[in-house]
Design a protein around this ligand. Structure first.
Ligand SMILES: NC(=O)c1ccc[n+]([C@@H]2O[C@H](COP(=O)([O-])OP(=O)(O)OC[C@H]3O[C@@H](n4cnc5c(N)ncnc54)[C@H](OP(=O)(O)O)[C@@H]3O)[C@@H](O)[C@H]2O)c1
Length: 248
């Protein structure tokens, strides 16, 4: 059983992030869970908002002021998260769909994917890692995607999403190298959650092989286990939900 006492989940309003937050609240050792939401409407659903261990904050990952306020709120509560899991990300949204061909590549959609999926997690790291304990074992993980692997790209398509996750992996790797000095106990992980039944994957689930679509609860349990198994000497890794390395 892990001894982690305080954790932060970015993007816990729904999908995998919400399942991770709910799983963490089951830990008897957990004394403090900070979660973030973007839309106040979806913020409290399915959480026991009277749980004294739970602190919920608004955060927009493309807005550095919002992330500075988040860090300040966490610091004001004297919380030093030992585990941070960044779950916020997009594949589609109104007016933005994954591209099948270069003809569909649109500069503003490409920028939007990079803003949310690549730069967002780096800005979260910039705001939050200074609050994390420096010497003890700690974990900063970002949900990446297998399709972000350049080495594994055999099918093509999804230009912006693929590239934004490849950039995320590079940011996390670079962060890991910097943090070797400042946070020698930290393991930074980019992890592919597996295809999970959420709003993000919903329009594309027709292509998933039978038995390969996982519930958010299944994915959450596996992500937590793999992330917590990471050692500081492995920091910067890109792994699958079963812990296997994925080529960058
Ligand atoms: N589901 C899969 O099969 C799958 C596969 C591979 C990788 N992933 C990755 O796993 C992560 C989670 O995906 P999911 O399936 O759980 O998606 P989801 O159900 O659509 O949830 C996405 C979460 O990200 C938050 N979010 C999006 N943009 C944000 C922003 N600009 N600022 C703050 N929060 C933002 C959403 O908040 P709101 O509720 O406020 O919109 C929501 O909490 C993503 O990075 C995705 O790329 C998922």
């Amino acid at each position: 059983m892990t001894k982690i006492q305080s954790a932060l989940v970015i993007g816990a309003s729904r999908g995998i992030g919400r399942a991770i937050a709910k799983a963490l609240l089951e830990w008897p050792s957990l004394q403090c869970l900070c979660t973030t939401y973007r839309n106040a409407d979806s913020a409290g659903e399915l959480f026991d908002i009277n749980d004294p261990r739970l602190h919920r904050f608004p955060a927009e990952v493309t807005d550095e002021d919002s992330l500075r306020q988040l860090a300040q709120s966490i610091q004001n509560r004297n919380v030093h998260p030992e585990l941070v899991i960044h779950c916020a990300g997009i594949l589609h949204e109104p007016g933005l769909q994954p591209e099948k061909s270069m003809r569909q590549c649109d500069p503003s959609s490409l920028r939007r994917l990079f803003d949310v999926n690549s730069i967002g997690p780096l800005l979260v790291a910039k705001a939050i890692i200074p609050l994390m304990p420096r010497r003890q074992p700690t974990h900063f993980a970002a949900l990446s995607a297998m399709v972000g692997s350049i080495g594994d790209n055999r099918l093509g398509g999804w230009y912006g999403y693929r590239a934004s996750k490849a950039a995320l992996n590079q940011f996390m790797r670079t962060l890991a190298i910097e943090c070797r000095r400042t946070h020698p106990g930290l393991c930074v992980t980019s992890i592919h959650p597996g295809t999970t039944d959420t709003a993000l994957s919903q329009p594309f689930q027709g292509n998933v092989k039978p038995g390969k679509l996982y519930s958010p609860e299944q994915s959450a349990a596996r992500i937590i286990e793999v992330v917590l198994n990471g050692k500081p000497e492995e920091s910067g890794r890109f792994v699958n939900w079963d812990g296997a390395s994925i080529p960058f």
